[in-house]
Design a protein around this ligand. Structure first.
Ligand SMILES: Cc1cc2nc3c(=O)[nH]c(=O)nc-3n(C[C@H](O)[C@H](O)[C@H](O)COP(=O)(O)OP(=O)(O)OC[C@H]3O[C@@H](n4cnc5c(N)ncnc54)[C@H](O)[C@@H]3O)c2cc1C
Length: 381
């Protein structure tokens, strides 16, 4: 077994790390206060190819595969989660739905602009009455007069309010549900009947735009049925979510590693009772436990990404790494805040932001409970 990361992927990770440190870290406060990533920074990220990392070069991607993409997201995890979130929703689940489920014509029509970051993508499944039970969606798709009409409301769509292209999952046959009743549609911002509703105010992830999308008999041409196959949408959504879960875990590893480094530095620097707090076993164990868990999560990410790159089925590994890394990231954030004491609780500390940002990891792209359901189902089948 070879654990070496190929040289070109190591180079990619170093490039992202340098960009994160020089360009993004200085913007953290601005993004937090404005709740927005400046447009010129998004353009710069696009020009560096960060919106097309895993996709093949024939579609304008960087050809880094899922492992390269995860290595990059690990480095993006070292700064405000807004950056990994805009890339993640665009790449892992938005554009990825088209890459995994689209026809060749759809891939050639949409992916080059998406991988170049000229257009931003989103993935829209969740509805007010359908969260964990994603197959119960109520948004309907009806074929009338040569085109599809979408009717319903989607919520909490990451990138939704800023997206140019949204892959929307709707029910063509509610009775059939996950088994042939859900279809993916490639919806463009300008389509008649498509509207952006409420933009959400969140606990964390400031700078990442999330909101409601309204489909009022939204007209979608037949050519925009994902994969040209009515009823095949749920499978595509699950495939994209596998990659989403692994890459999200990669970001969790990066943010935890960064927090651990901040925790070590603070523990060595901060003096109480006449010695650095790092001299206390209570502090050392928090650092040691964090290092162990980060190492385990990182190996799980690399293993799952490697399997995805080999086109192996990795839904089980994706669920395992998602639940482990997201819960690990919450434990690490909590410990590192504890090591910082009151200082970690203050708004001008990056720990406070990271602590809030970590909480969402256990909820979106399938909650911890849903991941455990997937794992248990596999064990018991
Ligand atoms: C910031 C943010 C961004 C998001 N981005 C997107 C996006 O881009 N696209 C998109 O489609 N969706 C998005 N979502 C939606 C997200 O995927 C859902 O929030 C998530 O799947 C959980 O659904 P829910 O919030 O409705 O919780 P619910 O399904 O209502 O669950 C509530 C609680 O009950 C538990 N629960 C539910 N069923 C069971 C069960 N059978 N057994 C045990 N426990 C159970 C859950 O684990 C959870 O703890 C986003 C959400 C947020 C908050």
């Amino acid at each position: 077994m070879d654990f070496d990361i190929p040289e070109e992927l190591q180079l990619l990770a170093r490039t992202v790390r340098e960009f994160v440190e020089t360009r993004l870290v200085p913007l953290e406060r601005q993004v937090e206060d404005a709740d927005r990533i400046p447009d010129d920074v998004l353009r710069e990220m696009a020009s560096l190819g960060f919106f097309g990392l895993p996709f093949p070069e024939e579609y304008g991607g960087a050809g880094a595969g899922d492992l390269g993409y995860c290595l990059a997201l690990e480095q993006f995890g070292r700064t405000s989660a807004a950056f990994s979130n805009v890339i993640g929703a665009h790449t892992s689940i938005g554009s990825m739905s088209i890459y995994l489920g689209g026809t060749e014509e759809q891939k050639r029509r949409y992916l080059p602009d998406l991988t170049a970051g000229k257009r931003i993508a989103a993935f829209s499944l969740t509805e007010p009455s359908s969260g964990s039970d994603a197959a119960s969606i109520q948004t309907t798709a009806t074929f009338r007069n040569g085109c599809w009409l979408l009717k319903g409301t989607k919520i909490w769509v990451t990138n939704g309010p800023i997206a140019d292209v949204v892959v929307v999952y709707a029910a063509n046959d509610r009775a059939k549900g996950a088994r042939g009743g859900i279809t993916g549609f490639i919806v463009e911002k300008g389509f008649k009947g498509f509207g952006v509703g409420r933009v959400d105010h969140k606990m964390g992830l400031r700078g990442s735009t999330t909101g409601e999308l309204v489909f009022d008999d939204c007209q979608v041409p037949e050519a925009n049925v994902l994969g040209g196959q009515v009823g095949s949408g749920f499978r595509t959504a699950l495939g994209a979510l596998d990659i989403g879960r692994v890459s999200l875990a990669a970001g969790a590893v990066g943010s935890s590693q960064h927090l651990l480094e901040l925790g070590i530095a603070h523990a060595k620097r901060r003096q109480q009772f006449g010695k650095p707090i790092a001299a206390n076993e209570a502090i050392q164990w928090m650092l040691a436990d964090s290092a162990v868990e980060i190492h385990a999560a990182r190996l799980m990410v690399y293993d799952a990404a490697w399997k995805l790159d080999r086109h192996e089925r990795a839904s089980l590994e994706a669920a395992m790494v998602k639940v482990y890394a997201s819960e690990m990231a919450n434990r690490v954030a909590d410990r590192v805040l504890q090591i910082h004491g009151g200082m970690g609780y203050m708004k001008d500390s990056p720990i406070e932001r990271a602590y809030r940002d970590a909480r969402i990891l256990r909820i979106y792209e399938g909650t911890s409970e849903v991941q455990r359901m997937i794992i248990a189902e596999s064990l018991l089948s």
